[in-house]
Write a protein that binds this ligand. Structure first.
Ligand SMILES: Cc1cc2nc3c(=O)[nH]c(=O)nc-3n(C[C@H](O)[C@H](O)[C@H](O)COP(=O)(O)OP(=O)(O)OC[C@H]3O[C@@H](n4cnc5c(N)ncnc54)[C@H](O)[C@@H]3O)c2cc1C
Length: 424
C-alpha cells in the first residue's frame, strides 16, 4: 500500500458516459478532477457485438459544456454514415473520441476501496495507491446489479448466464438456447443468436411483447395536423414510453420534486420492457412464447431441462437471462461498511439531493443509481445532458444555468456541510 500526494478535489469513479460527461463539465469549470476506470468498458465488454442502440442518435450524445463533442460532430469529422439505428461499434468509437477530448488522462485503474476521512474521502486503487479526495462521484453504471432470479442460483455458468456476461454471442453458434425476458436486451440477443446460427426461443412472463413502432401517418385531417405540429409536440428525447410520459420525465429537476405516486407511475410507464420495431423482421422465424415463466431448470448431462409454467418442457444447451438490472446500493463493493451504513436508500437506490449528492455529504451518484430521485432519464445516455451540468453547477456553487447560488458550504466547507441536511 503506498500513499500518493496526488490529492484531488473531485474523484470520479467510472469512465462511461456519465463519468466522462461529469469530467467534461467539472474541468470546464476549472474543478480539479481525477477520473478512474476503463473508458466505455460496459459498452465494449458487456453488450453483444452487432447490437444496435435502442435510443435514437439524438438521444445518444455524451454531454459537454460547449456542445462541441456531440455524436453528429464526431460522425461528420470521421465520415461515419448517419445510420439509424446506431451500431454499438460506432457508439463505442464515439465515446472513446469524446474521452480523448474531454478526459485524455483517464486513469484506467479500478477503485477498490472508498472511506470517509476528515475533510473528505480516502480512495484506494487496485494497485494499492491511496489518496484523499474532497468529493467523490460514483458513476460505475449497472454492471454489478444484473438481476439473476434466485431459483437459478445454483446452476453452473456453462448452463445459465446473464446477458451482462457476454460481449459476443457467437460462441453459442450451433447450440439450442432459451432466452428469458421481454425487453430490448432479450429480443436483440435472440436475433443475434439466431443470426449466429443458434436455435433460439424467447420465453417471456409478459402476456405479449411491447414493440416500439412509429405510429403510421394517417391520411386524414387529424393525421395532417399531427404531422404539422409534430416538431412542436414531439418530446425532446424519443427513447422512452408514450409521448406524454417522455415529456414529463424530460426534466429531472421537476421529477425530483414530484409526488412519489406520480414518480412511480412515470417510471413504470417509461421503463417497462419493450423492444424496438426494427427487430420484428429479424425475429420472424424465432419462436416467442409469452405469458410463461420458467418453473424449473434441472441440469441433465451437459444440458438443461426446463419446465415452463404451461407444463411443457425444453431441453437446451444454455439459458440466457435477459432479466434486467436492479440497483442495490449495498452492492457497491468498494464502499467501506461505514459509508454503506451512512447511505440513506429508498428501494435500494441512494437517496439524492440537489447536485446528485447522497446522504453522505460530498458523495454523489450519477447514472441509473440516480433514477429513483431524478427519474428514468438517468438510466440513459441522454441523461448526461442534465447530470453533468447539475453536478458541476452544484460543486462550484453555481446553478446549472450559470446563476450564482447563495451560501453554499461546498468546495471548501465539507465538514460544515456535514452538519446540514443533504439534498436541501
Ligand atoms: C444491453 C443494453 C443496451 C442498452 N442500450 C442503451 C441505449 O441504446 N441507449 C441508452 O441511452 N442507454 C442504453 N443502455 C443503458 C446504458 O447502460 C446506460 O445508458 C449507460 O451505460 C450509463 O452510463 P454510465 O456511465 O452510468 O455507466 P457505464 O457505461 O456502465 O460505465 C461505468 C464505468 O464505470 C467503470 N467502473 C465500474 N466500477 C469501477 C471501479 N470500481 N473503479 C473504477 N471504474 C469502475 C467502468 O469501467 C465503466 O467505465 C443499455 C443497457 C444495456 C444493458
Amino acid at each position: 500500500m503506498q500513499d500518493s500526494d496526488a490529492s484531488c478535489h473531485v474523484a470520479i469513479i467510472g469512465a462511461g458516459p456519465y463519468g466522462l460527461a461529469a469530467a467534461a463539465h467539472l474541468r470546464a469549470r476549472k474543478v480539479e478532477t481525477r477520473i478512474f476506470g476503463e473508458p466505455m468498458e460496459f459498452w465494449k465488454r458487456n453488450m453483444p457485438r452487432g447490437m444496435f442502440l435502442r435510443s435514437s442518435p439524438n438521444a445518444s450524445n455524451l454531454d459537454d459544456p460547449d456542445g462541441l463533442l456531440g455524436l453528429d460532430r464526431y460522425r461528420a469529422l470521421h465520415g461515419v454514415p448517419h445510420t439509424r439505428p446506431l451500431p454499438l461499434e460506432d457508439f463505442v468509437r464515439y465515446g472513446l473520441w469524446f474521452q480523448q477530448r474531454a478526459a485524455p488522462d483517464v486513469d484506467r485503474r479500478r477503485v477498490t476501496f472508498l472511506a470517509e476521512r476528515a475533510g473528505g474521502f480516502h480512495v484506494r486503487l487496485e494497485d494499492g495507491e491511496e489518496f484523499p479526495a474532497r468529493r467523490v462521484v460514483v458513476a460505475t453504471g449497472i454492471g454489478p446489479f444484473a438481476r439473476r432470479p434466485g431459483q437459478f442460483a445454483g446452476l453452473p455458468a456453462s448452463l445459465v448466464s446473464h446477458s451482462v456476461d457476454h460481449g459476443d454471442l457467437r460462441q453459442f453458434a450451433g447450440q439450442r438456447l432459451v432466452v428469458v425476458g421481454a425487453g430490448q436486451s432479450a429480443l436483440e440477443s435472440a436475433a443475434l443468436l439466431h443470426e449466429a446460427g443458434a436455435e433460439v426461443e424467447v420465453v417471456a412472463r409478459a402476456p405479449r411483447i411491447a414493440w416500439l413502432v412509429d405510429a403510421p401517418q394517417r391520411v386524414s385531417v387529424v393525421g395532417a395536423a399531427r404531422q404539422f405540429f409534430s416538431p412542436i409536440v414531439r418530446p425532446p428525447f424519443d427513447i422512452m414510453g408514450p409521448r406524454i410520459v417522455s415529456w414529463l420525465i424530460a426534466w429531472p429537476r421537476v421529477f425530483r420534486r414530484s409526488p412519489r405516486a406520480l414518480q412511480d407511475f412515470l417510471t413504470a410507464r417509461a421503463v417497462r420492457p419493450a423492444a424496438a420495431g426494427w427487430l420484428v423482421p429479424r425475429l420472424a422465424s424465432v419462436r416467442i412464447t409469452t405469458g410463461c415463466t420458467i418453473a424449473a431448470a434441472t441440469p441433465t448431462g451437459s444440458q438443461l431441462r426446463l419446465r415452463l409454467g404451461d407444463g411443457t418442457e425444453r431441453l437446451v444447451d444454455h439459458m440466457l437471462l435477459a432479466t434486467g438490472y436492479r440497483v442495490d446500493a449495498s452492492g457497491y463493493s468498494f464502499l467501506a461498511p461505514t459509508l454503506r451504513q451512512a447511505l440513506r436508500t429508498h428501494d435500494g437506490y441512494p437517496e439524492l439531493g440537489v447536485g446528485f449528492e447522497s446522504s453522505v455529504p460530498g458523495l454523489h451518484f450519477l447514472g441509473t443509481a440516480a433514477a429513483d430521485t431524478f427519474g428514468p432519464l438517468c438510466r440513459f445516455v441522454v441523461g448526461t445532458r442534465y447530470a453533468g451540468r447539475a453536478l458541476a453547477g452544484y460543486i462550484t456553487g453555481l446553478g446549472g444555468n450559470g446563476h450564482a447560488r447563495a451560501a453554499l458550504p461546498r468546495a471548501d466547507g465539507l465538514l460544515a456541510a456535514r452538519n446540514g441536511s443533504p439534498g436541501a
